[in-house]
Write a protein that binds this ligand. Sequence first.
Ligand code: FAD
Ligand code: DHB
Length: 399
Amino acid sequence: MHTTVGIVGGGPAGLLLARLLHLAGIDSVVLENRTRAYVEQRQRAGILEQTTVETLRAAGAGERMDREGLVHHGIDLRFDGRSHRIGFPELTGGRSVVLYAQTEVVKDLVALHLAEGGPLLFEAEAHAVDGADTDRPAVRYTHQGREQTLTCDYVVGCDGFHGVVRNAIPEHLRRTYERTYPYSWLGVLADAPPVHDELVYAHSGRGFALASMRSPVVSRCYLQVPDATHLDDWPDGRIWDELDARLAADGSRPLHRGPITARSVLPMRSHVTEPMHWGRVFLAGDAAHIVPPTGAKGLNLAVADVLVLARALTERYATGSAELLDAYSATCLKRVWRAEHFSWFMTTTLHSEVGQSPFDTRLQLSQLDRIATSPHAAAELAHNYVGLPVGLPGESPSR
Ligand code: FAD
Ligand code: DHB
C-alpha cells in the first residue's frame, strides 16, 4: 500500500493529524496497534486549552464538545488550609479552558474519520520505518497476522512514549532529556457529583490532591502516592478519606462520595526527544515529549504539534515549499520546553517528597502565596494554563 502521509498511532495526535490532512486534501493511512474499543475508553486527560477547542471545532469535531464540554474560567489553589481562586479570563485577555475528556475527543475523531477519511487500521502494529532519509520511507507493520509495508512520502510517529518511529532517527543524532519524579498519581473515576464547579489543586502535608470531573455527575480525582503503590492498598473508603483530608481548607466541604468505577496508578515523568524531525520522518505528541500531568499539558501539546505539522504539510503540497516542514522541530520545541517547565513547576510546587525538608516546604508555600496574592504571578500561571501561542505563521506572539 502507498499513501502520502503514513501516520503511526491512532491516539489524539494521529487521529487529529489525519483529519486535518483530509480537510486539506492530503491522503493518509493511520496504523493503530490497539482495538477501537481500547483507544476509546483509555482514561487520560480532561482539560482542553482554548486553541485545542478551536482546532477541534475547525476540524468539524466540535459539535458534541460544544454541547457536553464544561467551560472553566478558573481553578482553585488550596494550601496552608486556605483556598484561592485563579480566574483566567481577567488575567489572560478573555481566555479559558474546556473540560472534555480525552476519551470523548478520541471517540469523536474516530467516528468522523471512519465516516469521511482514509484508512484507519486498528490492530495494526508498526515495527520499524525504513528509508527515513530517502524520498520513499516505508513503515513495516503487521495487520491481521500478515507482515505488510506502507510506503509514504512522509511518515509521522504519533505512537506515544513507547512508540517505534522515534528509532528511525539515528541514535547518534537523537538527544533525550529526562527527569523522573519520586511519586505517582492514583487516579479514580467515581459516580459522584464534583465537590466544586471548578478544578481544585491542593498542596497539603499529606501530599498533593486534585479534584476534577468528567460531567456534573462524575468526578475524576487524583492523589499523590508512592511509586509502585498497589491498588489493593486503596479501598474506596481510604481514597475518599484521603481526598477529604488533603482538599480541606477554610470553608470547604467534604466530597460527595459514590461508587468508584475505575482506578489506576500513573507514574510521573518529563521527557523530550530532539530533534522532532529527521529526513522524511516527523514525531508528534507523546512520541516526542512527555510531561507530568499536573497542569494538563500532555494532550494539548500533542494537538499543537499536529497543528504546526498539518500547516507545514499543507504548504508543502500547495506550493512545493518545505520551509515550514524544515522549521517544524524548532517551532514545536520552543513551546514544548515552555510546557515542560510549567508542568515541572506545577508538579514540584504542589507535591511533597518523602523526607522533604521544612525549608523546601516553606519555599513551596511562599511560591503559592505569591501566586495567590500577586496578579503578576497569577497571570503567569493563568497564561500557561490556558495555553501559550502554538507558533503558527502570523500568530500573535504577545500572549
Ligand atoms: P497517545 O495517546 O499515547 O497515542 C499513541 C497511540 O499510538 C496509542 O493509541 C497507541 O496504542 C499507538 N501505538 C503505540 N505504538 C504503536 C505501534 N508500534 N504501532 C501502531 N500504533 C502504536 N495528560 C493530561 O494532560 N492529563 C492527564 O490526566 C493525563 N493522564 C494520563 C494518563 C496516562 C496513563 C497517560 C499515559 C497519559 C496521560 N496524559 C494526561 C497525557 C495525555 O493523555 C497524552 O499526552 C496524550 O494521550 C498524547 O496523545 P498522543 O496521541 O501523542 O499519544
Ligand atoms: C485532569 C488531569 C490533570 O492532570 C489536570 O491537571 C487537570 C485535570 C483531568 O483528568 O481531569
